[in-house]
Ligand binder design. Structure first.
Ligand SMILES: *[C@@H]1O[C@H](CO)[C@@H](O)[C@H](O)[C@H]1NC(C)=O
Ligand SMILES: *[C@@H]1O[C@H](CO)[C@@H](O)[C@H](O)[C@H]1NC(C)=O
Ligand SMILES: *[C@@H]1O[C@H](CO)[C@@H](O)[C@H](O)[C@H]1NC(C)=O
Ligand SMILES: *[C@@H]1O[C@H](CO)[C@@H](O)[C@H](O)[C@H]1NC(C)=O
Length: 150
């Protein structure tokens, strides 16, 4: 797998033993691991591979590295927009106007398991604004996962 593709893979958190997990927690947890799928990523291999000019630019910027603190979303996320758009489109989460399809995300990706979850509802607008402005799905997942984690 190329380094470009590695960027898109979400780090998953380990579940701790005793807490009471909600259905929404599991939906976010499972979706975070499953989306994008390997097939969706490979459909975007030309846009997302380390050979693509914009991916090289991204990888060369220390402020965009996985260990950068803070990660400079406003600078870094737009550099790889072609890759992120392709992946969201492949995952059927991109509307025709190139914005995030949140209806599909809630209904299909999360299987409607979060629509009545109070923690999810409280966190969602802020999570969405801070991550999907730049279509960074992995940050959206992480933000939501933190919010619904008991
Ligand atoms: C992104 O895709 C558009 C449309 O295909 C293309 O014109 C543009 O050059 C691409 N940008 C980069 C940075 O590769
Ligand atoms: C990285 O961020 C620092 C602090 O904002 C900035 O001074 C520097 O120019 C940035 N580096 C690049 C390559 O954009
Ligand atoms: C999304 O943001 C994270 C930092 O939170 C970054 O490591 C990653 O490269 C960004 N882009 C994608 C496509 O996930
Ligand atoms: C999210 O962004 C939209 C458009 O910029 C704004 O109208 C809305 O108030 C923001 N919501 C939150 C929770 O920040």
């Amino acid at each position: 797998m190329s380094r470009g593709l590695v960027l898109l893979i979400v780090a998953t958190a380990a579940a701790s033993a005793q807490a009471a997990y909600s259905a929404c927690y599991w939906a976010v947890n499972d979706a975070m691991k499953a989306v994008p799928t390997a097939a969706q990523l490979s459909a975007c291999s030309s846009q997302c591979s380390a050979n693509a000019a914009d991916i090289q630019k991204f990888l060369a910027n220390p402020n965009c590295s996985m260990s950068a603190d803070p990660y400079d979303a406003a600078t870094c996320d737009p550099i790889i927009a072609n890759c992120t758009k392709c992946v969201l489109k492949a995952a059927k989460l991109l509307k025709a106007d190139n914005t995030f399809d949140e209806t599909a995300f809630k209904a299909t990706t999360l299987q409607n398991k979060c629509s009545a979850d109070a923690k999810f509802k409280a966190a969602y607008p802020t999570c969405k604004n801070s991550t999907m402005k730049y279509l960074n799905l992995s940050r959206l997942f992480r933000c939501l996962f933190t919010a619904v984690n008991p």
